[in-house]
Write a protein that binds this ligand. Structure first.
Ligand SMILES: NC(=O)c1ccc[n+]([C@@H]2O[C@H](COP(=O)([O-])OP(=O)(O)OC[C@H]3O[C@@H](n4cnc5c(N)ncnc54)[C@H](OP(=O)(O)O)[C@@H]3O)[C@@H](O)[C@H]2O)c1
Length: 226
C-alpha cells in the first residue's frame, strides 16, 4: 500500500467502524493517507477504536464520533454494520448523507445457513439501501467478498472487488479507493447487480468449508484482444 498518490485526500467516515470490516478498511485507507472518522453508536467505543488505529497509523490520526456526526463530517461514508442493522443505522444518519457516496459493504447472510444465498425481497442489500435513501445518495456496494482479517493484515489481497452503483463516477471513485487499499475493483453495473457480489459470499463460504481454502476469493480474467 502506498500514500494516496492517485486520488485526493478524502474524509472517510466509517459507520460501525469499530467492527471487523470497518477496522480493516480504516487501517488500509488511513495508511493510504486519507482522513478517517470512526463512527459508532457510542463515542466511547469509537474513541477506543481510534486509539488502536493510532498505534498502526500514527502519522494519519483518526477521529472518533457517534455515527450521526460521523456521517455529517465525512465526504465519503462507509456502512459496515451487520445486515440486520443496515436500515436502522441508515435511518439515524440519513440527514448527513445527501449528495454523498455511501459505500455499503453489507452481505445479507441469514444465520445459521450462511452458506446458502438468501437475498432480501428488495433483490439485494445494496438495492434495499438505495431504495431506502432515495436518489439524493449515491449508494455504491463493494468489498462483500473480502475477508476482514486480510484487510487488517499487511498482506497482498488477491480477491477482486465488484463495484455496483447507479452512477459511473461514484463507482469510479470507489474503484480508486479500492486500489489505494490494495485491491482491484471493477465496474459491475447498476445497484441491482450488487445481488451477484452479495450472493458470491455464500459460495465462497462453501468453498472455504471444504478445507483447501481459508479465504477463497474471485479474480476477473480475460484481459486482452483475443
Ligand atoms: N467480517 C467480514 O469478513 C466481512 C466481509 C465482507 C463484508 N462484511 C460485511 O460487513 C458488515 C460488517 O461486518 P463485521 O464483521 O465488521 O461486523 P461486526 O464486527 O459484527 O459489527 C460491526 C459493527 O456494527 C455495529 N453494530 C452492532 N450491532 C449493531 C446494532 N444493533 N445497531 C447498529 N450497529 C450495530 C457495531 O458498532 P458499534 O457497537 O461501535 O456501534 C459493530 O462494531 C456486515 O454487513 C458484513 O456482512 C463483513
Amino acid at each position: 500500500m502506498s500514500e494516496a498518490a492517485t486520488g485526493s485526500r478524502e474524509t472517510i467516515a466509517i459507520l460501525g467502524g469499530t467492527g471487523d470490516l470497518g477496522t480493516g478498511l480504516a487501517i488500509r485507507w488511513s495508511k493510504a493517507g486519507h482522513r478517517i472518522i470512526i463512527g459508532s453508536r457510542t463515542l466511547e467505543k469509537a474513541q477506543n477504536a481510534v486509539a488502536e488505529l493510532a498505534k498502526i497509523s500514527p502519522d494519519t490520526p483518526a477521529e472518533a464520533m457517534e455515527n450521526r456526526d460521523a456521517a455529517k463530517a465525512g465526504n465519503i461514508v462507509v456502512l459496515t454494520v451487520p445486515a440486520e442493522h443496515q436500515l436502522s443505522t441508515l435511518d439515524t444518519v440519513r440527514d448527513g448523507l445527501k449528495g454523498k457516496i455511501l459505500i455499503d459493504v453489507t452481505v445479507p447472510l441469514v444465520p445459521p445457513k450462511v452458506g446458502t444465498v438468501q437475498l432480501p425481497a428488495e433483490g439485494s442489500a445494496g438495492k434495499r439501501a438505495q431504495d431506502f435513501l432515495g436518489d439524493d445518495v449515491m449508494v455504491v456496494t463493494a468489498f462483500q467478498n473480502i475477508a476482514a482479517h486480510l484487510l487488517q493484515q499487511d498482506v497482498v489481497i488477491e480477491c477482486d472487488v465488484l463495484v455496483a452503483g447507479n452512477k459511473k463516477a461514484a463507482r469510479e471513485k470507489v474503484i480508486e479507493l479500492a486500489a489505494e487499499a490494495g485491491m482491484t475493483g471493477y465496474h459491475a453495473g447498476p445497484i441491482e447487480n450488487s445481488a451477484a457480489a452479495e450472493a458470491l459470499t455464500s459460495i465462497l463460504i462453501q468453498i472455504n468449508r471444504q478445507g483447501k481454502f481459508s479465504h477463497s476469493g474471485i479474480k476477473i480474467v480475460g484481459q486482452g484482444d483475443h
